[in-house]
Design a protein around this ligand. Structure first.
Ligand SMILES: *[C@@H]1O[C@H](CO)[C@@H](O)[C@H](O)[C@H]1NC(C)=O
Ligand SMILES: *[C@@H]1O[C@H](CO)[C@@H](O)[C@H](O)[C@H]1NC(C)=O
Ligand SMILES: *[C@@H]1O[C@H](CO)[C@@H](O)[C@H](O)[C@H]1NC(C)=O
Length: 478
């Protein structure tokens, strides 16, 4: 676990990881010191990581205050030594068939996505959490552009999230598919996987589809998971399963007892039972410990054990900082004042408005401003500091609306050139980073992007949040 202080002043700068300049200077000094014994260390690092994975009960005996490299790891949080990096659990460079790169002694777990970027982030969080409780190495696919546009190239998980920092915080290896199987490989790997989707819903009589499966050149033979994985038996209006019901299938006795004839794979027509070396499930978005959509709740185990350690890459964080500086009219390299972040979701929620006209369905700016004042007030009560800067992110394209935002004295990132400069992924990525950097947050009720932003602000900035209700003109009255 990372040690983060329990209190933090509203300036989000007083407790950051070392800024990049400081960080790299620190690192290069450490590297000189480490250089001499690097090769010796590498051997022991690999065997230590190996030991953690293969011997379950040793995992709480890892020294956290040792005098060797772990001490270095403690003082230089995420980049000093990538103790749990690919070399600790793979044979080497990416191979044509993923199987050639897996170590016989290790066990792995993977899954795929198909639900829009934010929900895919949550799905990977669930996958990593399932890896944690089954003591298997998660292998994460790329993010696919399901809501961005089919023509857009997928973006690697590690280009968004700081994977070395994540695995150091979790103290277990976390891999990306591009590290396992050559990205350009056209070799089709046959594999048997569990079909969760068909066991939790009754509309589609097939495993959840995902373009990641094709991108990775996998030919999958699915075994339908037992119906008891479903949280609410026979209930067609919910499709959640639970972490531990799925985890039981990772162990031999329940796995054996649950085997049914697999569906032949679409390309090679092979029938394979669920793979034990690389355990795979078709889809892990609808997974919870106790109740559906539990990322909305403070106790969410996937958030507490994994999600809060999924920090942005330093590059992405720097880019978002630049956007905030420009929005606030601050010179480059100057500190950004504390701000409240706001996420207003409109376009893809129109379908939920029913017959209510959009102008009445979505919360008006005065209603949002009332929530902003509540958050300001709570921060002032807690810290004595009044946070006046407000940065708004939204999918709204109506220029009149944005002018009204500016009239409130609020700021927004200028995305007019983001796509052409950085690519189609970046408006949403930059907005997500900005939302997470507020010392308080005001979001849109029922938006998963707002839900995850609220969790981040709570965990990373110790900030309060509110979700603005909508649907009718008085939905947010309180
Ligand atoms: C994949 O192929 C492209 C085009 O040939 C090449 O530019 C790229 O470096 C290759 N990627 C990898 C990971 O080998
Ligand atoms: C797939 O394999 C099965 C069993 O070997 C065989 O009976 C069937 O005809 C094959 N189907 C196709 C489309 O090749
Ligand atoms: C744009 O926003 C303004 C102010 O919120 C609103 O009055 C107007 O109807 C909107 N225009 C469209 C086309 O939605």
């Amino acid at each position: 676990m990372e040690s983060e202080p329990k209190t933090r002043s509203v300036s989000r700068y007083d407790d950051q990881w070392p800024s990049n300049k400081v960080g790299s200077a620190f690192l290069s000094k450490k590297r000189v010191m480490l250089g001499a014994c690097a090769s010796l260390l590498l051997v022991s690092l690999a065997s230590l990581a190996t030991m953690i994975l293969y011997t379950s009960h040793t995992s709480n005996q890892i020294p956290t205050d040792g005098t060797g490299f772990l001490a270095v790891h403690n003082s230089a949080p995420h980049q000093a030594v990538d103790l749990f990096g690919p070399s600790s659990v793979l044979k080497g460079e990416p191979t044509m068939s993923f199987r050639d790169n897996l170590r016989e002694e290790a066990q792995y777990i993977t899954s795929w996505v198909s639900a829009g970027w934010t929900n895919d982030v949550m799905t990977y969080m669930n996958l990593i959490y399932l890896g944690l409780i089954t003591e298997r190495v998660p292998i994460i696919p790329e993010f696919i552009p399901s809501h961005i546009g089919g023509h857009v190239t997928p973006i690697p998980f590690g280009q968004v999230f700081d994977v070395p920092r994540l695995r150091n915080a979790l103290r277990m290896p976390v891999l990306e598919w591009r590290e396992v199987k050559d990205h350009n490989s056209t070799f089709i790997d046959d594999i048997g996987c569990w079909n969760v989707w068909e066991a939790v819903q009754y509309r589609e009589a097939f495993a959840r589809r995902s373009r990641s499966i094709n991108d990775l050149n996998l030919d999958i033979s699915f075994t339908k998971a037992p119906s008891w994985i479903k949280l609410i038996p026979n209930f067609e209006h919910d499709q959640h399963s639970t972490f531990w019901s799925l985890a039981t299938l990772a162990f031999p006795s329940t796995r054996e007892a649950s085997l049914v004839p697999p569906t032949p794979s679409p390309k090679h027509n092979v029938s394979l039972p669920p793979d034990e070396h690389l355990l795979c499930y078709d889809y892990l978005y609808y997974v919870c410990a106790h109740q559906p959509y539990e990322l909305e709740f403070d106790y969410s185990p996937a958030w507490r054990a994994v999600g809060q350690h999924m920090h942005w890459t330093p590059d992405l964080e720097r880019l978002a900082d630049d956007y905030v500086r420009i929005a606030l009219g601050i010179e480059q390299d100057r500190d950004i004042p504390a701000f409240i972040s706001v996420h207003v979701r409109h376009y893809d929620f129109e379908v939920w408005c029913g017959g209510v006209p959009v102008q009445e369905c979505f919360a008006s700016l005065p209603v949002i401003a009332r929530r902003v004042r509540e958050v300001q007030e709570e921060i002032r009560e807690r810290t004595g500091i009044m946070v006046n800067h407000v940065v708004v992110t939204s999918d709204e394209r109506n220029a009149t609306w944005w002018r009204e935002v500016a009239l409130l004295g609020w700021f927004n990132p200028d995305h007019s050139k983001t796509k052409e400069t950085y690519g189609d992924w970046y408006p949403v990525l930059i907005d997500a980073v900005i939302q997470s950097q507020g010392v308080g947050f005001v979001g849109t009720d029922r938006s998963t992007m707002s839900i995850i932003a609220a969790r981040r602000v709570e965990s990373w900035q110790y900030g309060p949040y509110r979700q603005v209700k909508w649907g009718l003109p008085n939905s947010d009255d309180h």
